[in-house]
Design a protein. Structure first.
Lengths: 172, 83, 172, 83
């Protein structure tokens, strides 16, 4: 880890405040040149009525923190915030916020994309879709998300000592 | 040993968590899965598609060969889908 | 142009409101899966006291609108907002906001990075640095910014009929 | 023809804009630069490093060979630095 920057990670049921979180990374500072953010929202695909996000209290926060610390080590960030909601979320609701700040815009933009790609494939969440007619379905992990995460160099991460990445894989 | 289940693995097993005391020959994640599968039809159904089940030991992702023992917290769940 | 999405472009002296602009692209909608944003801020490098941004009223708005329309044609966006400030900005002040919304996170993230790279090299702004001691200096265009913009495929843009890109280059 | 200057080009010329009526043989951006350079020492200084000067005709970036004529709005400025 590069030392100074400690990421802010929260897993919560309530909505997050993009403006307040942005201000927390920039207010009173004169060394931040770029602030990148990504907000993931719930879409109403195929008549979706709600998305119910289950998480693993304790492990989910740990896994996200490990990913965020990896981003802080890989890019020269001045700040990093990841907030992921759980519980029942209706279409239009914000689900996840990733915020990265750096002196340089490329570091902020790249680390933000890196974090959201990793959250998709590594953060311990499970999504159940509830449809208007009463049907339910567990969302399956997507191959395209694995591909997006892989472009950040899983091999390189393992070499650099990311034990979690090295141990990744199915239980059987 | 505390065992946790999430998402459809939890639904099939029928409980979110349980305390278990497997015999000493259960040494790793794969061995625990085999032993748990014999506990009930629900457990058997949950682990029937074992390739679809992921594990964590003490809140870290774990491969089938990862060791497990008394006092560990072991979790089973489908592939994760965050973001 | 792909038709539906009309980007919002503003060049203004007053600050912008990230939360309000984000809400404008998402509120009441259930088709937005991802909202990417980038805020560029004034850094206090080398004892900088202020950055004075000059623009070309009329042309600056036109050039940014052309770039934003290009992003809307290249990615399946549901919304796009670019706000660029001019005038005297002190360290810590936000300078530029790029916001892109899409059903898919990759489209939002990529188009946001594309827009900020292009703004750096194509938007008609000139920056004068004022230092604590009274010294002043015009900021020169950076080769690294040109390289960042070039990775988005200037040649491809020209082929697709982007007349402005084709005509790019020095006056002499 | 309306001519606008920005940033250090404006500072060297000494005015932000002016109305000019170049002779008919001034047909393009390069010709206009040559003609303007003779108007004053300030103009000459602004265009001395001609490779550092960019142009726009009617608010569109323009190359040295771009045509200019009466009624056009022509602007000269250093390479842009937005963002």
């Amino acid at each position: 880890m590069s030392g100074a920057v400690v990421p802010t990670v929260r897993v919560q049921e309530v909505p997050f405040d993009l403006a307040a979180e942005s201000a927390a990374l920039t207010q009173g500072r004169v060394d931040v040149g770029g602030l990148a953010s990504f907000v993931g929202l719930c879409r109403a695909d195929d008549g979706l009525a709600a998305l119910v996000l289950e998480h693993y209290p304790g492990m989910t926060e740990r896994a996200i923190t490990a990913i965020a610390e990896q981003a802080c080590a890989r890019w020269p960030l001045t700040g990093c915030t990841v907030i992921h909601r759980h519980g029942r979320l209706e279409p239009g609701a914000p689900i996840v916020l990733v915020l990265t700040a750096s002196s340089h815009r490329a570091a902020a933009l790249e680390s933000c994309a890196f974090l959201i790609d990793w959250l998709k494939t590594r953060a311990p969440f499970w999504k159940r879709e509830e449809f208007a007619g009463g049907a339910e379905r567990w969302v399956e992990a997507k191959a395209e998300d694995d591909a997006a995460a892989a472009r950040w160099g899983e091999a390189e991460a393992a070499r650099r000592g990311d034990a979690e990445a090295a141990r990744r894989g199915g239980a059987t | 040993m505390r065992v946790l289940y999430f998402a459809w693995v939890r639904q099939k097993v029928g409980v979110a968590e349980e305390e278990v005391a497997p015999p000493p020959e259960v040494r790793d994640v794969a061995g625990l899965i085999a032993w748990l599968s014999a506990r009930s039809p629900g457990h058997a159904a949950a682990f029937a598609q074992a390739r679809q089940v992921r594990a964590a030991v003490n809140q870290e992702f774990a491969a089938p060969g990862a060791p497990v023992g008394p006092g560990d917290e072991v979790a089973f769940f489908p592939p994760v889908t965050g973001g």
